[in-house]
Write a new protein. Structure first.
Length: 401
């Protein structure tokens, strides 16, 4: 979407269009044939010019959404987890290319399935050790891929993963996950799906990164996030859970009869999780995500040195890794993967959370676009309120050549 022009802010007509797009999709969600969200917070920032839409309600028939309403951000957790690990690299507690065996002995001396859908005992040795770089680029050899759900009986590795309650293949289920050491032991008992560095898999890498960060820092993962990311950036409403449940939305999933409540404010995110999943567990606000975005767009300070922020926001995958991985055949057609998030060919970067959030950062325009809703995605692609709001954000830019 980059135009090649520098941007000076948002136009008045553009702000009106942002409101129109956001307002169009707010409703009670009773009609299963019409996409609606009970409430949303959409934020567009171009430099210091910030526009916010806070519309609808926190629950169907509930209190109004406000700018500081808290949402579950699911996979938009992943970039924040990656940044925490990179902060530890900057402290000298980790090296990007060292074997993870020192801190994650469960992942040493790996075995690799000869066929990803084959029996668990039909394996060969890993060609090399796993590194933090493999985890940050989602190429360590294990994770989610769409072929797993193409029909037929579950692959043996999927069945074993489910029995261990790792909850890393499929939607998040934080109440089922065990403590980090038990979780790592379970993962370590499974063979890899591919050789380290061979191909891209979704999700599991970020879960492992949370454990790696905790062990490298000698602190619980939540404390690593608080001390390295949240406090330096003033992200006071972001965390693995929240006590401010009066500001937390009810989460909904779509069904044939309309929206159905999936998690209440006093539910899974009202107390500390056993595991603390670096792939999907954070709650946050639009302004907290803007603070993180400004850190990256500004070169990393005060969280990351410039070279690590630049690496995080640069495509890291080889052509071979992209050809062998992705969420579908065309996943990497116009993008790569940096550290913990997608990097588009035009230089913009960000990701989406399956509970109903999207987060776009574009250094070409010093632009941030956040859309937070409490409606889970029905499929792998963001819903229209997200894509149309992002398009309206670009249309709203006041540019100079």
């Amino acid at each position: 979407m980059s135009t090649g022009a520098t941007s000076t802010g948002l136009t008045s007509a553009g702000r009106e269009r942002l409101h129109e797009v956001a307002e169009r999709y707010v409703g009670d969600g009773r009609d299963p044939d019409r996409y609606q969200v009970p409430g949303l917070v959409g934020l567009v920032a171009c430099g210091g010019d910030v526009h916010v839409e806070a519309l609808g309600t926190m629950a169907v028939g509930g209190a109004p959404v406000r700018r500081d309403t808290i949402f579950r951000i699911a996979s938009d957790t992943k970039p924040i987890t990656a940044a925490a690990v990179l902060a530890l690299v900057a402290e000298g507690r980790l090296d990007l290319d060292e074997p993870v065996d020192r801190l994650l002995p469960e992942l040493s001396s790996r075995r690799v399935l000869r066929r990803m859908d084959g029996p668990l005992d039909d394996t060969e040795p890993a060609h090399r050790a796993i590194t933090p770089r493999d985890l940050l680029t989602f190429t360590f050899g294990f994770g989610f891929m769409v072929e797993m759900f193409a029909g037929g009986p579950p692959w043996p590795v999927m069945a074993a993963e489910a029995e261990l309650h790792l909850e890393t293949i499929g939607p998040p289920n934080r109440d089922a996950q065990p403590d980090p050491d038990t979780w790592m032991a379970g993962l370590g008992s499974l063979p890899l799906l591919a050789q380290p560095g061979e191909r891209w898999f979704y999700n599991t890498s970020a879960s492992v990164l949370g454990v790696l960060a905790s062990r490298a820092a000698g602190q619980p993962f939540g404390e690593v996030l608080r001390t390295r990311i949240f406090e330096p950036l003033g992200m006071l409403d972001t965390g693995l859970w929240t006590t401010r449940t009066e500001r937390l939305v009810t989460a909904y999933r779509p069904s044939e009869s309309g929206l159905v409540a999936w998690d209440q404010p006093d539910g899974s995110w009202s107390h500390p999780p056993r595991f603390g999943d670096g792939a999907a567990d954070l709650v946050s606000t639009a302004d907290d995500l803007l603070a993180f975005s400004r850190m990256l767009l500004g070169g990393g300070s005060p969280v990351l040195p410039a070279e690590l922020a630049r690496a995080m926001t640069t495509g890291q995958l080889t052509a071979e890794q992209k050809a062998n991985g992705g969420l579908g055949a065309d996943f990497f057609k116009d993008k790569s993967w940096g550290f913990g998030m997608a990097v588009q060919d035009d230089g913009s970067y960000g990701w989406a959370g399956g509970f109903g959030s999207t987060w776009l950062m574009d250094p070409n325009h010093d632009l941030t676009v956040v859309m937070l809703t409490q409606r889970m995605f029905a499929g792998p692609e963001p819903e229209p309120v997200h894509t149309e709001f992002q398009a309206a954000a670009y249309d709203a830019l006041a540019s100079k050549t």
